[in-house]
Design a protein around this ligand. Structure first.
Ligand SMILES: NC(=O)c1ccc[n+]([C@@H]2O[C@H](COP(=O)([O-])OP(=O)(O)OC[C@H]3O[C@@H](n4cnc5c(N)ncnc54)[C@H](OP(=O)(O)O)[C@@H]3O)[C@@H](O)[C@H]2O)c1
Length: 339
């Protein structure tokens, strides 16, 4: 399987214009890994940080961008466990390397693509949905009937979290930066939405919960939202920080406000987790959520694709995410190599 492949590349950290597609060596599957021919991949906020030189991949991970991919299994490495065989249609959670024609991935980080789902829809699932599933179930341990305040409600992770809340019997509330995004989030299942640029979401969240507050906050914003987050939090609530788009520097009396609410402040990162943890997450998601992507049941989960770009247009795709224009996922269509 040795040879070359096309992959997204940058020589120096910087803006989207630094990105281009280059021929690089094709990876070889190591112990326990599977080689996937990638047909589609998708963008994540972490890619923008990595491109700017602010988010190094975890040790041992590919330095090529891309935390998720969909395609077919083309080779099994030594000792690759699981049900996989050459020709299987799969989606993959990656620590890197997805923006390329081939990626080597631990077998336990593969998920079967539901029958009839396109590669571009499947590529929109792994990172956003596994993150949302992890935050709700592994980290916040959300319970039926609880209220969850989801920031960036129209983001890749936010659109997944709204739907997974409904699947869990919880009530999602969202914030977003435009009325269009809020309307979209409501159509997906959000009980209410607040425009954080125009409204005091702390007061609005209290009003929407009979002055009780949210039991869980999924926070990818950080510093700029902290006071309103504490106002929004129910007594004994769980405030899960998993991104810092609004900075991590806080000046103020955060700890006393947290203490009086008996709140829990929890940080969560998926990419740096062990392969064992990711395997458990993938297994739980595959068993509990994946069946609901097939229409027919009372709750139908849908990957939300904002737009699809050819791999060659990677700079335009990054610019769209950097401009906060996307609702749901920005997907990359990867050219299938000619044999
Ligand atoms: N910890 C983890 O394991 C993990 C894993 C995956 C993703 N994440 C994090 O999850 C977040 C969402 O990722 P994604 O790929 O789904 O993002 P995305 O689809 O690109 O959406 C991000 C949205 O966040 C909003 N936003 C941007 N800057 C903001 C700010 N300063 N204050 C408030 N809102 C802001 C914008 O929407 P508006 O128009 O509504 O402002 C933007 O469109 C990111 O912070 C990412 O780093 C964390």
């Amino acid at each position: 399987m040795e040879g070359k492949m096309q992959a997204v590349y940058f020589d120096t950290p910087g803006g989207p214009e630094n990105l281009y597609v280059k021929k690089v060596p094709r990876p070889l599957p190591k112990e326990g890994e599977v080689l996937v021919q990638v047909h589609a991949s998708a963008l994540n906020r972490a890619d923008l940080l990595q491109r700017r030189g602010m988010y190094a991949p975890p040790p041992g991970a590919s330095h090529i961008l891309g935390l998720e991919a969909a395609g077919i299994v083309v080779a099994l490495g030594p000792g690759a466990v699981g049900p996989w065989k050459v020709g299987d249609q799969v989606m993959a959670l990656l620590a890197g390397g997805g923006n390329a024609q081939y990626v080597a991935v631990p077998a336990c980080q593969l998920i079967p693509i539901p029958h009839g789902m396109s590669d571009t829809d499947a590529a929109a699932i792994p990172e956003a949905w596994l993150t949302a599933f992890q935050l709700l179930h592994f980290v916040a341990k959300v319970q039926k009937g609880e209220t969850v305040l989801i920031h960036a409600g129209a983001s890749g992770v936010g659109t997944a979290a709204i739907q997974l809340c409904r699947l869990a019997g919880a009530v999602p509330l969202v914030t977003a930066g435009s009325s269009d995004k809020i309307e979209f989030a409501k159509k997906l299942g959000a009980a209410a939405g607040f425009n954080y640029k125009e409204e005091d979401f702390g007061k609005k969240c209290l009003a929407a919960t009979n002055n009780v507050g949210a039991d869980v906050i999924l926070d990818c914003v950080g510093a700029t939202h902290w006071e309103k987050n504490l106002e929004s939090l129910n007594t004994d609530g769980r405030w899960v920080v998993y991104g810092l788009m609004g900075s991590g520097h806080i000046n103020g009396d955060l700890l006393s406000k947290l203490l009086w609410k008996r709140g829990s402040l929890i940080g969560s990162l998926l990419r740096s987790r062990s392969s064992k943890y990711k395997a458990e997450l993938v297994k739980a998601f595959t068993e509990q959520a994946l069946p609901h992507f097939t229409p027919g049941g009372p709750i139908h989960l849908r990957p939300i694709v904002d737009s699809v770009y050819p791999l060659q247009k990677i700079a335009d795709a990054h610019q769209r995410m950097e401009d906060n224009k996307n609702t749901g996922k920005i997907v990359l269509q990867v050219p299938v190599p000619k044999l």
